[in-house]
Design a protein around this ligand. Structure first.
Ligand code: TXA
Ligand code: MG
Length: 351
């Protein structure tokens, strides 16, 4: 299959609107189109068409028990697919939609089991990106979309990343340039009485608590090593992983830099190429390997934005091992560490 890669800015001029109509037509006819959202690129198909949903799993090589998020463009659509929307979830929608928040509800019958991976619940998000919103409307109102990477690889933050994984597998990629946030939406489950965070994202627990009061964290998230099964099926898989072995080093900043220098030197001595993930502040103090800055510690959003791109760059440079600093911070840093730990298969050295 030939994949057309179509540049698009937003939904303002006639030419962009035409492109969105063409992409919407592919989805209405049961096909798959990759498109930008404010978090990461999505791989979209008609959420209410079981055959279309199956095509997504096929293109991604994704296990079919891992449910998809349905993307909507207005609240009316929510009522059609969610069985009951609790008042707290409505308040959340008012505060954070359109935006990087996914909420889970009991599903209505129109939502096929193919979309929900066999679950009786459905994940719903109203994205903020103008291309995503216009495409949802052009496609009939309900787009099922996982991140547009091959299952297990880092999520795509550029159309080029999507092309790396999906070229030849889908008919169209809408190229809206670099995404703004860079890590996937926060997922909050509203199918039980007390809301529960199933996946951290740029909307943090503190921000959510201001709206909901009570909030629980999925125990499978907190004790990542304890063998508790996470509630979001996708969180149990090794995920976001680069091809090289990734090892995190945590501790006081000067000790971390010292340790990474020792490890990278050892790698060089044994004929391996090491990649190092540092920051604008620290990159200058590394003496071995290929050193990349992920962003600045003074603006943790820059770190989220570059995380997946950096992992893919190291793949292309064929490094054997990657050593990374840790970036825990009260805001989006929680989500960054959640993804990094998964990408590293939980391998972390404490100094
Ligand atoms: O930011 C995002 O959410 C991006 C963009 C494209 O919107 N999408 C995304 O989709 O990250 P995906 O498929 O890569 O991740 C969806 C996660 C998976 O971990 C899945 O298991 C979980 O959401 N999920 C979906 N439906 C669920 C449900 N009914 N119950 C529990 N977890 C669910
Ligand atoms: Mg994903």
């Amino acid at each position: 299959m030939k994949t057309s890669i179509i540049k698009i800015k937003d939904n303002q001029d006639r030419s962009d609107q035409q492109k969105i109509r063409a992409a919407g037509k592919i989805i209405r006819e049961g096909g798959v189109v990759a498109f930008p959202t404010e978090t990461v690129y999505g791989l979209g198909a008609d959420a209410l068409n079981p055959d279309a949903a199956r095509k997504i799993y096929e293109a991604k090589g994704r296990p079919s028990d891992n449910p998809l998020i349905i993307h909507i463009a207005d609240m009316e659509a929510l009522e059609q697919i969610a069985d009951s929307v609790p008042p707290l979830a409505r308040k959340m929608a008012e505060r954070f939609w359109p935006g990087p928040l996914t909420m889970i509800f009991c599903k209505r019958d129109v939502v096929p089991m193919e979309t929900t991976g066999g679950l009786e619940t459905v994940a719903v998000r109203m994205p903020r990106h103008p291309v995503a919103l216009a495409l949802i409307q052009a496609a009939g109102g309900y787009i099922a979309a996982p991140s547009a990477n091959t299952s297990g690889r880092p999520s795509p933050t550029l159309a080029e990343h999507v092309a790396e994984d999906m070229e030849g597998r889908i008919p169209m990629i809408l190229d809206g340039g670099a995404v703004g946030i860079g890590i996937e939406s926060t997922i909050v489950d509203f199918s039980d009485e007390i809301p529960m965070v199933l996946r951290p994202g740029s909307i943090t627990p503190d921000m959510i608590r201001k709206v909901t009061g009570d909030l629980r964290m999925d125990p499978g998230l907190i004790e990542e090593n304890s063998g508790v099964r996470p509630r979001a099926p996708g969180m149990k898989y090794k995920h976001y992983a680069p091809r090289a072995e990734l090892i995190l080093v945590s501790g006081a900043q000067d000790k971390v830099q010292e340790k990474i220098n020792v490890l990278a030197r050892e790698a060089a001595m044994s004929g391996k190429t090491a990649g190092i993930i540092g920051t604008d502040e620290s990159c200058g103090c590394y003496g071995y390997g290929i050193v990349k800055s992920i962003g600045t510690r003074y603006d943790e959003e820059t770190i989220a934005r570059h995380l997946y791109g950096i992992l893919r760059e190291f793949d292309q440079q064929d490094v054997d091992v990657i050593y990374s600093e840790c970036f825990s911070a009260p805001g989006i840093g929680q989500a960054v560490m959640n993804r990094l730990l998964k990408a590293a298969g939980q391998r972390m050295i404490e100094v």
